[in-house]
Structure formats: C-alpha cells, structure tokens
Design a protein around this ligand. Structure first.
Ligand code: HEC
Length: 304
C-alpha cells in the first residue's frame, strides 16, 4: 500500500518533471522526497516486523533443548518500591553455607558485603574468623595460615576447576555470584530448578550420574536434588521446607548478583521525587512568570 502510493507519486513527479523543468529544483524535488520517505518508512516497518518475528517470538521447536519455561513468581524485590527481603537473604545465606557451598564457590562476595545486609558487623567478624586463610609471606618467606577477616572473600570448596570436576563426575558446579543474572529467567529459573526434580517421564533416557530436571536445558543435570524438607534449622523458626529454602537461597543469590539493588531503587525514588518537583516548578515559572513577559507588547509612540 505504502509502496504503491510511493511509486505512483514518483511516477507523477517524473512525468511532471520535463514540463516544469524551470521549477525542477522545487516541485519535482518535493515529489521524489515524499517517495523516499514512504519507501524508508515501509522499510523500517518491514524490518521491525521481521525482527519481531525472528527475535521476540523465538519459539523453539524442541522444548527439551530449551528447558521448561519457569513460571513467574512474585518476588518481593520485583516491585518497583520494594527492597530485598533481608530476613530471606539471611536465611538464604545459611542455606548457601550449609548446603550449596559444599560444591559451589561465591567468588565475588566478601564477608564484609554481608555487613548490614543480612548480619551485623560482629556476627560477620565471628563467621570470618572460623575460616582459615593462607597469607604471607612472613619475614622468613613462608606462607602461613590466619583466621579470616571481613575483607576476605568467601572460601572456595575446591582449589581449582580440575578438582571441582573430579569431585562431581566431570561436571563443573558454576560459581554462584552472578548466576541469577547469568541464566535466562533469573530467580524464577533457579527456584524452579531447585524445586523441579521429578522422575524422568516414560521414554526419556537419563544417563548414569545425571538427574532429570525439566527446567534444565536438555533435561539432564549433573547436580542431584539437594533440598529436602527440614535440611537446615532456621534460627528465626521459619519451617525449613524445600520450597522455603529454595526461595531463601534464590533471594540470597539475587542479592549476591545485584548487591547495589536497594541503593539503586532508593536513589531512583529520590531522583523521581526531586525531578518531578523541578518539573512542576518549571511549569509554574513558564506559565505564571515567563508567559506575561513573553506575550506582552511594547509599543513605542514617538513624540508627535
Ligand atoms: C553435590 C554438589 C552440589 C551441591 C551441594 C549443589 N550443587 Fe548446584 N551444581 C552442581 C553441579 C555439578 C552443577 C553443574 C550441573 C551441570 O552442568 O549439569 C550444578 C549446577 C548448578 C546451577 C546451574 C544450572 C545451570 O543452569 O547451569 C545452579 C543455579 C545451582 N547448581 C544451584 C545450586 C544451589 C542454589 C545449591 C544449594 C541449594 C546447589 N546448587 C548445591 C553441584 C552441586
């Protein structure tokens, strides 16, 4: 439709051109401009439609390869005006420490990061001191062991990747610091993965040493189900069901991959309040202070 109109107006412009040769620089030019605009417009609409079907509506022909799409859960921090649920971060840290840290590192989080987020400074110091870190060299050039400090990073379960693979039948447990950001579906995916272990459906073969989990792309994951009801004992008395622990550890990992989240939202809120105040002020000034000055008429009547 656009294209036909465009080509008609081009033709008309071309037909008129010889007659109006003298005005060629004005009228004929205007006609072909319109054609160009229409053609470019059609192109943009077409390209957008194509990109939409190719990128946005990317539906896999084989859901097993993509993994089952996780449902969207109402995470507390998803609301534009909520911070993280910090009690959940604290419980989630406990789950990470008692369960996940046997296999997964958390390289980007130092003990000090927990201060005033989930634990008090004294609690963090005590927790750090329970871990031995290698430091040095001392004056004799020897490395020595010392208790941890808040500036130390979370201890790793394995010395290196090879040791991690050897301990997990060849599979590498990924570092969890950024896992929420690193996986499609984020928190929803990790929660679904942790709670989604089921028996393989009839006809699906799972290799020895792997476990069936429909949310994991491919369906067979090297990590076995780790969360079972009552696995940890929460100090705040929350019943430690498998889904409660999955929710808490996922909240903890969401915080770990986005520790600036709460400050960012607070800053955004302040900016929105200040900027809307300034907008109202500038509307007021434009309307009531500037408008009379701008629209007044100054008449000079020279002396007769
Ligand atoms: C016994 C060791 C072990 C424990 C304990 C463990 N994991 Fe894993 N985890 C693994 C291994 C091995 C993999 C790699 C799986 C693969 O690539 O097939 C993995 C993978 C993952 C992944 C990545 C999945 C993906 O999409 O690539 C997440 C997320 C994860 N684990 C979370 C956790 C959480 C949270 C806990 C604690 C509640 C936990 N794991 C406890 C061994 C473990």
């Amino acid at each position: 439709m656009f294209a036909r109109l465009a080509s008609q107006s081009t033709r008309r412009a071309l037909q008129k051109a010889p007659v109006q040769a003298r005005f060629a620089s004005t009228k004929a030019q205007a006609g072909s401009n319109k054609a160009q605009i229409a053609a470019v417009g059609t192109g943009i609409i077409g390209a957008t439609a194509l990109a939409y079907t190719m990128v946005d509506n990317n539906v896999s022909a084989n859901m097993a390869d993509e993994g089952l799409h996780p449902p969207a859960y109402p995470w507390y921090q998803n609301s534009p005006v909520h911070t993280f649920d910090h009690a959940a971060i604290r419980r989630g840290y406990q789950v990470y420490r008692e369960v996940c840290s046997a296999c997964h590192s958390l390289d980007r989080i130092a003990w000090r990061n927990l201060i005033n987020v989930s634990h008090s400074e004294d609690e963090v110091k005590t927790m750090a001191e329970e871990v031995e870190y290698e430091d040095g060299p001392d004056e004799n050039g020897d490395m020595f062991q010392r208790p941890g400090k808040p500036s130390d990073y979370m201890p790793k379960p394995y010395a290196n990747e090879e040791a991690a693979r050897a301990g997990n039948a060849g599979a590498l447990p990924p570092d969890l610091s950024l896992i929420i950001k690193a996986r499609h579906g984020g928190s929803d995916y990790v929660f679904s993965l942790l709670t989604g272990y089921v028996d393989a459906p009839a006809g699906v073969e799972v290799r020895e040493g792997l476990n069936y989990n429909p949310y994991f792309p491919g369906g067979a994951i090297a990590m076995a189900r780790v969360l079972f009801d009552g696995l940890v004992e929460y100090e705040d008395g929350t019943p430690a069901t498998a889904s409660q622990m999955a929710r808490d550890v996922t909240t903890f990992l969401a915080w770990a991959s986005e520790p600036e989240h709460d400050d960012r939202k607070k800053m955004g809120m302040k900016a929105a309040i200040v900027l809307s105040g300034l907008t109202l002020l500038s509307v007021y000034i434009k309307r009531f202070k500037w408008a009379p000055i701008k629209s007044r008429k100054i008449i000079y009547n020279p002396p007769q």
